[in-house]
Design a protein around this ligand. Structure first.
Ligand code: MTE
Length: 343
């Protein structure tokens, strides 16, 4: 399925003059430098005329809060795309929104789409606290206001060995952390999801394994990495509730469980936090959770993954890549670490 549809005004390769090749190359290099990334990384920036949200013609219109509308219209489209666009075709919107993990709404893959309508996402405020000089409770609007939305087309690799390719719209997590003014004691960032059993039936279930709130954490340098974003939208619109509205973490080089949804609290802390899955099964799920085809889950291999959509006759199994294909950007964060021990 082709989701991006070129508009009449878009440049075609054959229209490009040497001068505009130079200019788009410069924009490409400048964009990468702006992200703190090197060219030659497994990523690319588009040099073509900016696309727009309306390119997602087969995506149902959303209903964004008033403050998000101008931000969506002014997004920087395709600011990061995977280099291998053949392999990394976008996952259809319908699959990305009907095959979900969001245990607050049930443990079945279809439960979040069925149950998440009850989640009230406006107004939404976020507490930023701990080792910061500029903490407090912030409206999401105010938190997002200073940063321009960027479209990041990332692979999402679940620890369960399925994967998708999602066009997120988000803001750098590092921007938000910097504005909170961390103190020198801030070594980790801890995230928590909303607790509201009246809206989230999975939190009311006596079979729930998770001790709510769903909690996640990153080391400070991971959180400041330019690939780590706070997602406010996908496919040119706001986030559907089942994907973690109104905002979630997206850390593309880690297993999907790190990308915590519907965040209400961000704490800068001195000690390494224990994340929800680590608390349930520490031998199976670690703190780092970097995608690594060489370190298997105790109960299954992580060498390959099932790229969705797939079927019985088209299993669509592909090799899993180190750090989910983002090794050039992030491997240096883990230099000298035993990744079997720190899984
Ligand atoms: N965040 C919360 N609050 N609760 C969850 O159950 N599941 C995680 C992650 N974030 C989860 C969560 C897991 S296991 C994955 S793979 C991704 O969300 C899935 O994101 P998606 O449903 O948008 O594809």
């Amino acid at each position: 399925m082709l989701i991006k549809i070129a508009k009449p005004g878009d440049l075609r390769e054959s229209d490009v003059t040497p001068e505009s090749v130079y200019l788009s190359r410069r924009r490409f290099m400048g964009g990468l430098a702006g992200l703190g990334l090197s060219a030659g990384a497994g990523l690319a920036l588009s040099g073509r005329a900016l696309a727009a949200a309306s390119d997602y013609q087969d995506v149902p219109a959303g209903n964004p809060p008033g403050w998000l509308e101008p931000k969506l219209a002014n997004a920087e489209w395709e600011s990061v795309v995977p280099a291998d666009r053949q392999l990394d075709k976008l996952t259809p919107f319908d699959d990305a929104t009907h095959y979900n993990n969001f245990y607050e709404f049930g443990t079945g893959k279809g439960d979040p789409a069925r149950n998440a309508d009850a989640l009230k996402t406006q107004p939404w405020s976020v507490v930023i606290d701990g080792e910061v000089n500029n903490g407090g409770r912030f409206d999401l609007e105010d938190l997002a206001k200073p940063s321009r939305l960027q479209e990041r087309i990332y692979r999402l690799r679940c620890v369960e060995a399925w994967s998708m390719v999602i066009p997120w719209l988000g803001i750098p997590l590092g921007d938000v952390i910097k504005r909170a003014e961390p103190t020198s004691k801030a070594k980790y960032v801890k995230f928590e999801t909303l607790v509201a059993p009246e809206q989230m039936p999975g939190q009311d279930s006596s079979f729930a394994l998770i001790d709510w709130p769903y909690t996640e954490g990153l080391r400070m340098d991971e959180a400041m990495h330019p690939l780590a974003i706070l997602g406010l939208g996908m496919y040119g619109r706001e986030l559907p509730n089942q994907n973690g509205a109104p905002f979630r973490l997206v850390v593309p080089w880690k297993y999907g469980f790190k990308s915590i949804k519907s965040i209400v609290r961000i704490s800068l802390v001195e000690e390494q936090p224990v994340n929800s899955w680590q608390a349930i099964a520490p031998d199976e799920y670690g703190f780092y959770a970097n995608v690594n085809p060489e370190v298997d889950h105790p109960r299954w291999s992580q060498a390959t993954e099932r790229r969705l959509p797939n079927s019985l006759f088209n299993p669509n199994i592909i090799d899993t890549r180190m750090f989910n294909g983002y090794a050039e950007e992030v491997a240096s964060l883990y230099q000298g670490m035993d990744l079997r021990k720190h899984f």
